[in-house]
Write a protein that binds this ligand. Sequence first.
Ligand SMILES: [Zn+2]
Length: 198
Amino acid sequence: MGGKRLAACASALSDAIMMKRSAIFLCILAVLLGCVCFFRAHAGSAVATAPAQDMSPVQPTIADLAPVSPITKSDDEWQRQLTPAQFAVMRKHATERAGSSPLLDEHRHGIFHCAACDLPLFASDAKFESGTGWPSFTRPFVAANVATSEDRSFFATRTEVHCARCGAHLGHVFDDGPPPPGLRYCMNGAALKFVPRP
Ligand SMILES: [Zn+2]
């Protein structure tokens, strides 16, 4: 009798261990399935938020090519017109936080204008993914609308880029862009506003 009871006990114990193992196995399976679903969902959203750049050329109009007449305003006037972020970048040479500009995800056909005076500065067909976290362009839309000067701040000599009409600071230009012409106009998105064109 004792032997039979022992055998029954061992069998029950073995069943319990099997059930526990099955439960652990199912838990692991559920976690793995969850991970697969999570990564698939996120891979899908990454593709959805990064549509192909429209690289068809934007043709300048007569208005785009009009001679630039300088605009001069006091700091008080600019402060009233611009948002605090725009004023800090455009009038006080601040640099926006990398990756913060919504214009990084702007891939439509059109023109990036000066956020202060509306001068057309960069076209969508010159925009490229530099990976720096700032909107980047290979060349200005109309050469005369973008001016440069030497910037000796932060113990380095860089080439500052500013709006030829209102003098707003836009960013810097570097010579490590894609060829040709090998330039990278590294712009603060806060200094730009995008206007789509057909
Ligand atoms: Zn301007």
